[in-house]
Design a protein around this ligand. Structure first.
Ligand code: FAD
Length: 180
């Protein structure tokens, strides 16, 4: 559907046997390693979502400012611009949150909860911004000639991979109920 620059394929591993020295980490520690890898990846997906949201915002602003209908400035544009700005504010707040999460990781502090929060929030903002961008472009938003249908397709994956939004909520709730 989206992120077409990143090709995904299925691979099958049947009856694979590896030598003992190919073990990563400790026996029985695989799940923990896999989960900690996801924590780090979630910061990256939050950054990806912010980029998509920002592109949707910038494209929408540019389009709303140049769009003319019936030789007038587009009547819908001022309202759209307000909406676009609102998404801009959210994106900026998300960016601040994201910077804080990356800082924790860089300083070797626990960041699992914060990474899940950053991903959940940034992916939500990106999807709303991309959906609004299509609306601001109108019919032009729906066709492939303009960039925003791509933002819409690309944004969706950020709510799915590296753990879906529902799973982020479970992860965050888990930390909060444990007092984390
Ligand atoms: C383009 C692409 C690239 C990918 N790249 C990678 C990769 O590099 N590495 C990798 O490991 N994986 C990768 N994935 C897999 C991706 O991480 C999973 O698709 C994703 O985690 C969701 O898992 P699932 O598809 O099994 O969905 P399911 O687990 O079947 O979930 C389906 C729906 O049920 C909901 N759900 C499931 N469990 C619960 C629950 N307990 N409570 C509430 N709701 C729930 C989910 O939120 C979702 O909405 C990729 C997927 C895609 C599409």
């Amino acid at each position: 559907m989206g992120i077409r620059g990143s090709k995904s394929s299925q691979i099958y591993l049947d009856d694979v046997r590896l030598p003992a020295d190919a073990l990563l980490g400790e026996v029985g520690g695989g799940f923990r390693i896999a989960m900690s890898t996801l924590d780090g990846g979630r910061i990256g997906i939050a950054a990806q979502a912010l980029g998509i949201g920002r592109a949707a915002l910038e494209d929408s602003l540019a389009y709303a400012q140049q769009r003319r209908t019936f030789r007038q400035a587009d009547r819908a544009a001022p309202g759209d611009r307000v909406q676009a700005r609102r998404h801009g504010d959210r994106a900026r707040r998300g960016a601040a949150a994201h910077a804080a999460r990356a800082w924790l990781k860089d300083h070797k502090q626990p960041y699992g909860k914060e990474a899940a929060m950053a991903k959940l929030y940034a992916s939500d903002v990106a999807n709303r911004a991309a959906r609004e961008a299509i609306q601001i472009f109108g019919g032009n938003g729906y066709v492939t000639e303009y960039p925003v249908e791509r933002h819409f397709r690309d944004a969706k994956i950020t709510e799915i991979y590296e753990g879906t939004s529902e799973i982020q909520r479970l992860v965050i709730a888990g930390y909060l109920t444990k007092g984390g």
